[in-house]
Write a protein that binds this ligand. Structure first.
Ligand SMILES: Cc1cc2nc3c(=O)[nH]c(=O)nc-3n(C[C@H](O)[C@H](O)[C@H](O)COP(=O)(O)O)c2cc1C
Length: 168
């Protein structure tokens, strides 16, 4: 058995992910962070997990929050992914400063991103630290999908529209 790797060759990072915006509001402070590491972790019950890096302002908020929002971005929302992924809420109110379109959630204090493909309002079920990132698992209290919107893909720092379907 080889020793576990201490770090991974950059060329091995060839994953394709969607981009979600994680919204958290604590004591009147609302913030939005882009996350490619956000995915379902269980179907029954439905659970969603997001990995939040230790340096993120979101990390400080989500450690204290009971709920968070997940807005799965549509293909025309790369600018939102960039705005929420290149700036920190510790320095700027991203939602206000970049005019990010939001709408109120029904069950959580954080807003949701308007025009996204799907929106989830989650209750925090569990938090666990894995190295640099904290996995926060949420139980959706409400989940809405907008099938007329197409999900955006993210790969090695670039944003893509989904391409042709391949028949196996
Ligand atoms: C497309 C994209 C995806 C990202 N995915 C993640 C992620 O899954 N987890 C994470 O901790 N940071 C991720 N980041 C980095 C954070 O979004 C970025 O550090 C952000 O400025 C943190 O905001 P905050 O300090 O307001 O929380 C991503 C950035 C981009 C642009």
């Amino acid at each position: 058995m080889p020793e576990p790797l201490s770090q991974i060759d950059r060329e091995a990072w060839r994953f394709i992910n969607s981009v979600s915006v994680i919204t958290v509001a604590v004591e009147g402070v609302a913030n939005a962070m882009s996350a490619e590491w956000c995915a379902p972790v269980s179907l029954k019950p439905p659970l969603i997990g997001v990995f939040v890096g230790e340096e993120r302002f979101t990390r400080r908020l989500i450690e204290r929050a009971d709920t968070f929002g997940v807005s799965l971005l549509a293909e025309d929302q790369a600018w939102i992914a960039r705005a929420c992924g290149r700036h920190s809420g510790s320095e700027v109110n991203k939602l206000a400063e970049f005019n990010i379109p939001t709408e109120p959630a029904l069950y959580i204090p954080a807003p949701l991103i308007a025009g996204s493909c799907a929106q989830f309002e989650c209750r925090v079920l569990d938090r666990r630290v894995y190295g640099s990132h904290m996995l926060v698992v949420g139980e959706p209290l409400r989940a809405v999908g907008y099938p007329q919107k197409r999900t955006m893909a993210y790969h090695r720092g670039h944003y893509y529209t989904l391409g042709e379907e391949r028949t196996p």
